[in-house]
Design a protein around this ligand. Structure first.
Ligand code: PLP
Ligand code: COI
Length: 354
């Protein structure tokens, strides 16, 4: 597919690969030797290029910095035991990328160019893909407005870039989560479904406050009544309640996660009933009390399948079963891993081979 995209490549003169400590890869701090860049101007995408990873020069007046026309994606690539490199479901991210672009009044990028650009940079830095368990190459495509203009109006120019870097797990233990009932992440008519930079910016203060109380993640609730569960800060929230997999419906306030979609597909294949609907805080707390909530986890690209250890609500902490003993989330985690690392046949066509 890469042949559909014409781009220039400038290779680094000095690779940092040998000096990178692959036994110590905290999420999001290590970047490979190269990155992908493209510019949008005069109504079209141009200057497709792979260049050495490094700083870029920008006007301090660019509208992304002032008015937040900026969004991103998160994807992972894996190296199989036989050396094959695959990217997990990048076609889904391409679609979501353009949904974000449209919501933020930014230009879309043809889906095949999105996928090809990612594959191209993964290909050039394929030696950077870590092979230890739970490790992968994280791919961060993003777009931002570059007009040096302080008027509040959509920019006429944009930059699209792809950074990649080897990562370990985003969460290292079962999550202690808090149901947020004061702050709001997204409201009807807002941009919750977009992977807008601003959605994450507005979550920093509530997230910091929760972290100071010892919580790992917030569970966001609806903006109106704080009575229904939406999602977590960096993952979709999924629950097994009375044998049914339940998760918030993907309306316009939550991110329509690729992992969420994948988990739902697997659950349905396994004959488990799935409900995408309004999930009330009351039923989750009741289930935690009476033992019918047998599984709860975050589902996301960075987070993978992240078990929830306890849920706090109105100052009360409810402890769930030992994550190691949970049948559903362990089966999902294992199956997903087996598919991503090529240990079982990819019968769904989820792996894109680089
Ligand atoms: N919700 C939020 C707010 C996220 O940041 C993420 C991570 O990307 C997700 C959900 C999960 O989405 P995905 O599975 O596509 O990574
Ligand atoms: C992802 O899972 O890709 C995310 O974007 C979550 C977080 C790192 C923001």
């Amino acid at each position: 597919m890469t042949e559909t995209l014409d781009f220039k490549t400038t290779k680094t003169s000095k690779s940092r690969l040998q000096e990178t400590d692959f036994d110590n890869l905290p999420f999001g701090r290590t970047f490979t030797d190269h990155m992908f860049v493209a510019d949008y101007a005069d109504g079209e995408w141009k200057n497709f290029e792979i260049v050495p990873y490094g700083p870029i020069e920008l006007s301090p007046a660019i509208s992304a910095l002032h008015y937040g026309q900026a969004f991103f994606e998160g994807i992972k690539a894996y190296k199989h035991a036989d050396g094959t490199v695959t990217i997990f479901r990048p076609d889904k991210n391409a679609i979501r990328f353009n949904k974000s672009a449209e919501r933020l009044c930014m230009p879309t990028l043809p889906e095949d160019i999105f996928v090809s650009s990612i594959a191209a940079v993964v290909d050039i830095d394929r030696d950077w893909i870590p092979t230890q368990p739970n490790h992968a190459l994280y791919i961060r495509p993003f777009m931002f407005a570059t007009d040096p203009y302080l008027g509040v109006t959509p920019s006429g120019t944009y930059k699209y870039m792809v950074l990649i870097g080897p990562v370990g797990p985003y969460f290292s233990k079962a999550l202690r989560v808090k149901i947020e009932t004061h702050y709001t992440r997204a409201a009807e008519g807002g941009m919750g479904y977009a992977k807008a930079a601003g959605n994450y910016g507005s979550s920093m203060l509530p997230g910091r406050k929760a972290a100071e109380e010892g919580f790992d993640q917030l569970i966001w609730t609806d903006a109106k009544d704080h009575a229904y569960i939406e999602e977590m800060g960096a993952a979709n929230a999924m629950f097994l309640l009375d044998g049914v997999l339940i998760t918030a419906e993907a309306g316009n306030t939550i991110l329509d996660g690729v992992t969420r979609d994948t988990v739902i597909a697997l659950a349905k294949e396994w004959g488990i009933k799935v409900e995408e609907r309004k999930v009330s805080v009351a039923e989750i707390i009741e289930g935690a009390k009476n033992g019918k909530l047998t599984d709860a986890f975050g589902a996301g690209t960075a987070a993978t399948i992240a078990p929830v250890g306890s849920i706090s609500y109105n100052g009360e902490e409810y402890f769930l079963s030992d994550p190691k003993t949970r049948e559903f989330s362990n089966r999902v985690f294992q199956t997903l891993d087996d598919i991503k690392y090529g240990r079982v046949a990819d019968t769904h066509g989820w792996n894109y081979t680089v």
